[in-house]
Design a protein around this ligand. Structure first.
Ligand code: GLU
Length: 410
């Protein structure tokens, strides 16, 4: 299995080559500011259990560290380092004044009771409280964490510190200082950039066939939003199954099915494998699950013209080369899924000013920000005749390096 941190280094090296970065620039960009590794003591299924927890703080030249926390059995330090690094790039690509961080707990969250979920969330904050804060490092949801988890974490932080500090964490429920649209903003940001890409390709909007891998927060809302504007979602998958209907799935019913049964399994349509799903004949493929899904082994078989990476790190560097050769337009994660952290930034601003915005205001601000980010990256890809990922790295790294230069670190 490809190591995500090695992948991240390869991606950076590629951009560095185009821009002629020396060792000094590469060292500054790769430098991890701090790694916090802790042991959480919780009771799971009646047994005293120790869980490993991480918080990695990559770069804060442009603002406080920012990034989510995932609960997953495969979480490991190199993965969290890569995810923190991608957060720094992502925030710079969409030009928000935040750095990059990421956290994780090594745990299979699928069978946790609500009480166990809460205990892990609180234990995480107890172990990390001195390393985080609204001006230091701001947390958020990621794989298998959600607004309720954010609310427990905020409550624990505020109890420990004895203050109100809603800006320490984003993706909260509205009732405790969350922002309108944050629940679907990752998908919404993706839809904004996808529309720009579709315009470039002259694809007929009403016949655009879309495949989505992953039906968590990002994948589900992407299906909902794209279906609503007339695109055809022909297949979706989750960790248990994949369903396909050439004529288009009934997305509203599919969402009800997923919410009531916990899976897309059993929804009317043809059940296919995950491998078959990725290589279906579609216009757009949206990986919205985990890293390393599109590799050198399946990249050559992909028929989609556009890949919109709502997941972090779904395409390996070797697969990138193949996709580029095959003229497949990859909208990279650090642009495609940046709508999530962009609205997290808006949430943090609202928390700090104590003034809360309406849904339309946020959508307008998000649209402007994503439009500009897509334009910056697309123009860089044309200027240097490179793929969109390398172009996004060029845009992101030049902003980080500019800040580092002003701070005297270069
Ligand atoms: N976990 C999300 C991501 O990977 C959101 C991070 C945030 O809002 O800080 O971008």
């Amino acid at each position: 299995m490809a190591n995500p941190f090695e992948n991240a280094k390869t991606q950076l090296a590629k951009a560095g080559k185009v821009r002629g970065f020396g060792k000094k620039e590469l060292d500054v960009l790769m430098k991890i500011n701090a790694i916090h590794e802790k042991e959480l003591h919780v009771t799971l299924a009646g047994k005293e259990t120790k869980l490993t927890a991480f918080r990695v703080q990559h770069n804060n030249a442009r603002g406080p560290f920012k990034g989510g926390i995932r609960f997953h059995p495969d979480v490991n330090l190199d993965e969290v380092k890569a995810l923190a690094f991608w957060m720094s790039m992502k925030c710079a690509v969409v030009n928000i004044p935040l750095g990059g961080g990421k956290g994780g707990v090594v745990v299979d969250a699928k069978n946790l009771s609500p009480k166990e979920y809460e205990d892990i969330s609180r234990a995480y904050i107890k172990s990390m409280a001195d390393h985080i804060g609204p001006d230091m490092d701001i947390l958020a949801p990621d794989v298998y964490t959600n607004p309720q988890v954010m609310a427990w974490m905020l409550d624990e932080y505020e109890k420990i510190k004895g203050i109100k500090a809603p800006g320490v964490i984003t993706g909260k429920p509205l009732a405790v200082g969350g922002s309108k649209t944050r629940d679907y903003s990752t998908a919404q940001g993706g839809v904004f950039v996808l529309k720009q890409a579709i315009d470039l390709f002259d694809m007929p909007p009403f016949n655009t066939k879309i495949v989505i891998q992953g039906f968590g927060n990002a994948g589900l809302h992407a299906a909902r939003l794209l279906h609503r504007i007339g695109y055809k979602i022909i297949a979706v998958s989750d960790s248990k199954a994949a369903v396909y209907n050439e004529k288009g799935l009934d997305v509203p019913k599919l969402i009800i099915h997923k919410n009531s049964t916990g899976s897309v399994r059993g929804f009317p349509g043809k059940e296919i494998s995950n491998e078959e799903l990725l290589i279906l004949d579609a216009h757009v493929l949206i990986p919205a699950a985990l890293e390393n899904m599109i590799t050198k082994d399946n990249a050559g078989k992909i028929k989609a013209k556009i890949i919109l990476e709502l997941a972090n790190g779904p395409v390996t560097p070797e697969a990138d080369e193949i996709l580029f050769k095959n003229d497949i337009f990859v909208i990279p994660d650090i642009l495609a899924n940046a709508g999530g952290v962009a609205v997290s930034y808006f949430e943090w601003v609202q928390n700090r000013t104590g003034y809360y915005w309406e849904e339309d205001d946020i959508l307008e601000k998000l649209g402007i920000l994503m439009f500009k980010a897509f334009k910056d990256v697309y123009e860089a890809s044309k200027r240097y005749s490179i793929d969109m990922r390398t172009a996004a790295f060029i845009v992101g790294t030049s902003r980080i390096l500019e800040a580092e230069r002003f701070k005297g670190n270069l």
